[in-house]
Design a protein around this ligand. Structure first.
Ligand code: PLP
Length: 376
């Protein structure tokens, strides 16, 4: 059996090696490291893949979120609602821009922002909602957009874990995640579903005016060379990262299908186990791209199971061990523990198993056998 890894970028590279090596070599020869033709090609291909009017490449997913918020003109004191159970980047940029983060609880079934908690958190100061498509499962976008419209709020989708997922509306129409809100942000960090070989990110929008604003912000607030109209940042996707993404984007659906197959095999093997809650897929199968395959371990010692698996050479991880509302940097007197019962419970129960496009049946069989052997 091949050594089990949480993420296996090396095996994936074997499948695109010639193409990637050739493009990287071309960039080395041309020296067009920044703003090369690979960046423009990637932007156009991603716009087409997502069915969105504008993709603005940038340096990483955290920047993408920050630039999106800057582009929307959010001002210090504006409240931005996001999920308590997610990676810190989301809340970090809200704080950096001196906006007021308002963390709310999530749903235990989907790990995504709770619509009830969201509604309760809205005040006259609320200006935006940042749903996160956590672990690759689309958030309930139809409800979120409805709430946003009612209260005149912007929606910024954190699509760092959801790229390639498709949301299906109740009327049957479909849209790719990241293109449903006013603006979407994603990350091309190597381990993401569409990852480059360093840092990268992008912002998506269908709004022409916002796209124009965003393009200036990523480039020092310049709309005309050396005319700085607004305070911007320096945030670029470089040519080499774009070259890697150009090789991977045409394979993204295939990679995501492989992740879904692995998830299906995991869930079948662990179905109906009294101590295991397998991930629930809300919507059709395309609504989940399994950035992570995350179990809930109930009525058993999650940490001991994790130690057992690691001792057997099976990597696994807790995403995320501490709710954001309990993190030192984001403490707020307004938060009450009883408002975060689900997140507080999830951090005790979640366990993410190896998940990537190269996982094979033998490996999954071994992993699930070991889980069942430990739990009994
Ligand atoms: C990875 C990630 C980010 C940040 O992306 P970087 O490219 O690492 O800056 C933001 N939000 C979520 C949910 C993520 O998983």
């Amino acid at each position: 059996m091949k050594k089990i890894q949480m993420v296996d970028l090396k095996s994936q590279y074997e499948g695109i090696k010639e193409e990637v090596n050739k493009s990287l070599q071309e960039i080395l020869e041309s020296s067009a490291f920044i703003n090369g033709p690979q960046v423009h090609a990637f932007q156009a291909s991603l716009e087409q893949y997502l069915g969105v009017k504008h993709v603005i490449p940038c340096a990483n997913g955290t920047d993408a979120l920050q630039i999106a918020m800057m582009g929307l003109g959010l001002k210090p004191g504006d409240e931005v609602i996001t999920a308590d159970f997610t990676f810190a980047a989301t809340v970090e940029v809200i704080g950096l821009l001196q906006l007021t983060p308002v963390l709310v609880d999530v749903d235990a079934d989907t790990f995504n922002i709770s619509i009830d908690a969201l509604k309760k958190a809205i005040t006259p100061k609320t200006k935006a909602i940042v749903p996160v498509h956590l672990f690759g499962q689309v958030a309930n976008m139809e409800e979120i957009m409805k709430v946003a419209k009612e209260h005149n709020l912007y929606v910024i989708e954190d699509n760092a874990q959801g790229i390639g997922a498709t949301y299906t509306y109740t009327d049957g129409s479909k849209a790719k995640t990241g293109t449903i809100g006013h603006v979407g942000a994603t990350s091309f960090f190597p381990s993401k579903n569409l990852g480059c070989y360093g840092d990268g990110g992008a912002i998506f929008t269908n709004d022409d005016e916002l796209a124009h604003i965003l393009r200036g912000i990523v480039n020092h607030g310049m709309y005309e060379r050396y005319h700085h109209d607004v305070i911007g940042v320096n945030s670029r996707l470089d040519s080499m990262q774009a070259a890697v993404l150009n090789a991977k984007l045409p394979r993204l659906d295939m990679y995501n299908a492989a992740r879904r197959n692995a998830a299906k095999q995991y869930s079948t093997a662990l179905a109906n186990h009294p101590n295991v809650v397998t991930p629930k897929i809300e919507g059709d199968e395309y609504s989940h791209v399994f950035h992570q395959y995350t179990l809930r371990i109930v009525g058993a010692d999650r940490n001991a199971l994790m130690a057992h698996l690691q001792a057997k050479g099976i990597p696994c991880a807790i995403y995320y061990p501490i709710p954001l509302h309990s993190q030192k940097a984001y403490l707020d007197v307004r938060y009450k523990e009883e408002d975060f019962t689900v997140t507080n419970q999830l951090v005790q129960e979640v366990l993410s198993l190896p998940m990537h496009s190269e996982l094979d049946e033998e490996q999954i069989q071994f992993i699930t056998d070991e889980i069942k052997a430990f739990l009994g």
